[in-house]
Write a protein that binds this ligand. Structure first.
Ligand SMILES: C=CC1=C(C)c2cc3[nH]c(cc4nc(cc5[nH]c(cc1n2)c(C)c5CCC(=O)O)C(CCC(=O)O)=C4C)c(C)c3C=C
Ligand SMILES: [Fe+2]
Ligand SMILES: [Fe+2]
Length: 357
């Protein structure tokens, strides 16, 4: 049956299948194409139990924590999951979307899915959905839902411009792990990183220009702050650092700025190991101490604003800057579900669907 037709059809039509098929075989929907947007995840609520459930799932992922389990689990269950849920729950509370009683990451991801569905209205056989790698809705549930809706082909979109094993690969792993349980699998394509895609670079560069144009002051430094990973992951061959640096270089080229004006830094350290450097918080502190008075920070690696951008940068980093002598600090929002952000998502999706639509 050609893509584009979504009427229910019968099961395999070979002679053998006809012979063994029950008389009352249920109709099977087919002919559709699914697009599943997946972001990292988020707790369902900010209370201790919800936070603990979320962090336990997240921090038990071998792609995230590469320390052997015999060493890691006693630390995770003996120390980290006792104290961290409460502390991080308080941080989430500060940035909670009270209107919808959920985190902004969930709100933006849902909005992106709905807006992408509208943008792809010229292809009625395409069904768009969203999921979270940790927490709800899980990838397995949404893959099942897409299949039940007749999607024989699914494009899986881990919402990370820069590839990291701890983010992109774990989304792909989780999807394929679920496919392992299926007798009749859909065809699955995964979206590659798009850290150097001209549409993405243009969208981030324009968001910097638009944001700066609206300020009544100009930053001496613009900091492009990416989520970090342990340095050892980079040394084992993760391309993440290089992807971030390339994004930074292309942004500088497009904006006509040098390395002294637009810096690349890494935030959100976790644990005692060395992470990718330079660290965002240390850089901001050192800049303020050395006399820089005005900075703007952007998070090009985050498709949506979340705890790491709203609390750690717009909140904590701003505080570090002013406490050390800085005067003006501005956080440039992520692309979220703004038209420019949706243009990036739509462009990547249309490209990766080629041959299917
Ligand atoms: C070793 C631990 C971690 C690695 C490696 C890591 C990589 C990584 N994470 C993101 C994006 C996000 N991380 C977020 C929160 C978050 N990250 C870690 C740990 C690691 N991340 C933790 C423990 C947490 C939870 C908060 C906390 O306890 O500090 C989020 C925010 C989610 C939200 O709901 O707002 C995002 C997004 C990337 C891109 C990345 C590697 C490239
Ligand atoms: Fe993280
Ligand atoms: Fe953080």
């Amino acid at each position: 049956m050609p893509p584009g037709t979504s009427a229910p059809v019968a099961h395999p039509s070979s002679a053998e299948a006809r012979q063994t098929r029950p008389a009352e075989h249920p109709p099977v929907r087919s002919g559709r194409i699914g697009v599943l947007l997946v972001n990292l995840g988020t707790p369902d609520a900010t209370d201790y139990r919800s936070m603990r459930r979320y962090l336990a799932e997240f921090l038990s992922d071998r792609r995230v924590i590469e320390v052997p389990r015999a060493i890691w689990f006693p630390l995770l269950y003996g120390i980290i999951l006792n104290r961290r849920p409460q502390r991080v729950g308080k941080a989430y509370e500060q940035i909670w979307n009270r209107e919808r009683d959920e985190s902004f990451l969930r709100t933006f991801t849902r909005n992106q899915s709905e807006k992408l569905a509208t943008a792809l209205g010229d292809h009625p056989q395409v069904v768009v959905d969203w999921a979270m790698r940790y927490g709800t809705p899980p990838i397995s549930e949404r893959l099942d839902a897409l299949q039940a809706a007749g999607c024989e082909r699914i494009l899986l979109f881990p919402l990370y411009p820069q590839y990291a094993a701890a983010t992109t690969a774990t989304v792909n792993d989780q999807a394929f792990r679920h496919l392992m349980t299926m007798r009749w699998q859909p065809a699955l394509r995964t979206v590659p990183p798009y850290h150097d895609d001209p549409v993405y670079i243009e969208a981030i560069a324009t968001s910097i220009e638009t944001h700066l144009a609206a300020l009544d002051w100009q930053p001496e430094k613009i900091i492009a702050s990416f989520h970090g990973i342990p340095k050892s992951y980079f040394e084992k061959g993760d391309p993440y650092y290089c992807h971030c640096q390339k994004t930074g270089r292309l942004l500088r080229q497009r904006l006509g700025m040098g390395e002294e004006r637009l810096m690349v830094t890494f935030q959100s350290r976790f644990g005692r190991e060395e992470w990718l450097q330079p660290y965002t918080d240390k850089t901001i502190e050192a800049l303020a101490r050395a006399g820089t008075r005005r900075v703007a920070v952007i998070n090009p690696g985050f498709v949506s604003d979340c705890l790491e951008t709203l609390e750690e940068i717009a909140g904590e980093a701003a505080e570090i800057f002013t406490e050390n002598g800085g005067e003006k600090f501005s956080h440039i929002p992520c692309l979220n579900d703004d038209p420019a952000g949706m243009r990036v998502i739509e462009t990547v999706v249309r490209r990766e669907l080629q041959g299917w639509i």
